[in-house]
Design a protein around this ligand. Structure first.
Ligand code: MN
Length: 129
């Protein structure tokens, strides 16, 4: 399934790498450098999935996830957090904020897209947790 993916990430190198990997597999990627721009873009493009960095300037990823999940338009849009935080409790915190999944940085370029695709819902199908 080819998907429209919104990538919210402030680091240019990460944005470049993740976009490259996803586009290589046929997905469409739109990206934002901050949480507030990400929320604007989400409303504009209605993505199939949102990849969300947690360490963002201004509004952090937790706040972005909460804002997205409190909006009926994005209630069923999977959010996958991508973060380098390796602190105990961080994964729980990100899931509590509304993300469906979590991928740790540094990402593995060999498996990253497959990990992301697990969270894409096909019509009439439940996402695989
Ligand atoms: Mn960041």
């Amino acid at each position: 399934m080819k998907a429209k993916i919104l990538l919210i990430e402030d680091n240019e190198q990460n944005r470049y790498l993740l976009t490259f990997l996803l586009e290589q597999r046929g997905h469409e990627v739109v990206s934002a450098m901050s949480g507030s721009l990400g929320l604007e873009l989400a409303a504009k493009v209605s993505p199939d999935l949102i990849l969300l960095d947690i360490q963002l300037p201004g509004m952090d990823g937790y706040a972005v996830a909460r804002a997205l999940k409190s909006d009926p338009r994005f209630k069923s849009t999977p959010i996958v957090a991508v973060t380098s935080y390796a602190m105990v409790g961080d994964k729980e915190k990100v899931l509590a904020a509304g993300a469906e999944g979590y991928i740790e940085k540094p990402i593995n370029p060999e498996t990253f897209v497959t990990e992301v695709e697990r969270f894409l819902r096909l019509p009439g199908e439940e996402a695989i947790p």
